[in-house]
Design a protein around this ligand. Structure first.
Ligand SMILES: *Cc1c(COP(=O)(O)O)cnc(C)c1O
Length: 400
């Protein structure tokens, strides 16, 4: 690490536990078997974990391809030397097509017009472009209607500069153990199979078939097909556990061990200043917290611009030397405060974990401290995805 980075990371840093990431990838590989491919989701800077670094580590560990949301995300990893196929998971704009071709991205195609635009530009550049058809089987977002899939495939097959390499859909409620949600996933998969059969009946090879996001990987073996597209699971979060499923649905999963994943990112700050606060004095903007007694507070150089949600003000804690300390007063853009009590064990420059893994105390009489990004998400009524994505680029990522 350069001197500059060492100094910089004294403030607030995101420690990325690469060993855990690789463990999560391996757990998915074990679950789905060697015959299937894995497309690692690298959207939003790899859910905040650093797209290029995650791409490199995944490639070494045998991931087959990558998924990005924007053309510039694709270009970033190409510039970093990633050679594996890269799927562009969102709808591109026609003006981006030259860059899609230049960066050798594989766009999802949902309609004939976009197929024509891609074909024209590929023809002008005298190249062949690989595409995947995206079918909307019930997500209601991008993708062609299931009944239009065969016509779209036929059209693409007539575009001399396009090659159909795959056919995909996206699941809307695959991470839920609610019976209606399970049935909805089954309905989506049935629609997908029917559309794929129609493509085949038109004499066209649909290429590799893929549907499973993290929820599909954990709860729906029927969705694994030729390739899976995990995101949040790789970064260590699972919305539902297999054992929570209704019995009837569990039978297909009995051969599988529960898929164990560990949170990859730990957001860590440093105690920058400790000071005494007298009973009755207030802390931070809006004076939402007043000291109930003479106490000490510690100031951390981490705020909502670093990824600590402002809504967590007065409802979250940080861990210092194994003990929890409550966040008090409003979280500011770049700073926050904790109450460390009248006789603090905390010392200046101690490390403070904002989120990471849940902590199971050695003494079983003490409760587990929920300190994961998922627990933080719950306390501010969002999902771990949003917490991870919101860790700002200014926070250095330190790979361990
Ligand atoms: C983001 C995304 C995924 C991964 O979703 P997770 O819920 O994080 O596993 C898979 N497929 C598509 C099309 C996506 O956009």
């Amino acid at each position: 690490m350069s001197n500059y980075l060492i100094l910089y990371s004294m403030r607030t840093k995101a420690i990325i536990h690469v060993d855990r990431f690789l463990g999560n990838l391996n757990a998915i590989r074990t679950r789905i078997g060697n015959e299937r491919q894995i497309c690692v989701s690298l959207k939003a800077n790899a859910y905040g974990h650093g797209a290029l670094e995650i791409a490199k580590r995944s490639q070494e560990a045998g991931a087959n391809c990558f998924g990005v949301a924007t053309v510039s995300e694709g270009i970033e990893i190409r510039k970093g030397g990633i050679k594996a196929p890269v799927l562009l998971l969102s709808q591109g704009h026609p003006a981006e097509i030259p860059r899609i071709i230049e960066a050798d991205l594989i766009p999802f195609v949902s309609d004939i017009d976009f197929a024509d635009e891609l074909n024209k530009e590929a023809s002008d550049k005298k190249t062949k472009l690989q595409v995947h058809i995206k079918i909307d089987t019930g997500m209601g977002r991008i993708g062609c209607l299931a009944e239009d899939a065969a016509a779209l495939a036929t059209h693409i097959s007539k575009c001399s500069n396009l090659t159909l390499k795959g056919t995909a859909t996206h699941l809307a409620s695959s991470d839920s153990i609610d019976r209606q949600d399970i049935d909805y996933t089954k309905l989506q998969l049935t629609r997908f199979k029917k559309a794929v059969a129609a493509i085949k009946a038109a004499g066209i090879d649909p290429g590799i078939l893929h549907a499973a996001n993290s929820g599909g990987i954990v709860l729906h073996p029927d969705s694994w097909l030729d390739m899976v597209r995990p995101g949040i699971l790789l970064y260590g979060f699972k919305a539902a556990q297999e054992y929570e499923l209704p019995i009837a649905h569990m039978k297909k999963l009995v051969k599988c061990k529960a898929l164990m994943v560990e949170p990859v990112m730990e957001l860590v700050s440093t105690v920058a200043l400790i000071k005494k606060i007298k009973k009755g004095e207030s802390v931070s903007y809006g004076r939402t917290w007043t000291a109930p007694m003479n106490t000490n507070i510690a100031i951390l150089p981490a705020g909502y611009a670093d990824g600590l949600p402002r809504l967590a003000s007065n409802r979250w804690q940080v861990i210092i030397k194994g003990d929890p300390y409550p966040l008090i007063g409003r979280i500011c853009m770049d700073q926050c405060c904790i109450d460390i009590g009248p006789e603090p064990k905390v010392e200046r420059w101690d490390e403070a974990v904002i989120f990471g893994s849940d902590i199971i105390p050695e003494d079983e009489n003490f409760p587990i401290i929920m300190q994961s990004a998922a627990a933080l998400a719950e306390s501010v009524r969002t999902i771990p995805y949003e917490i991870l994505c919101n860790v700002n680029r200014r926070v250095p990522r330190v790979y361990k």
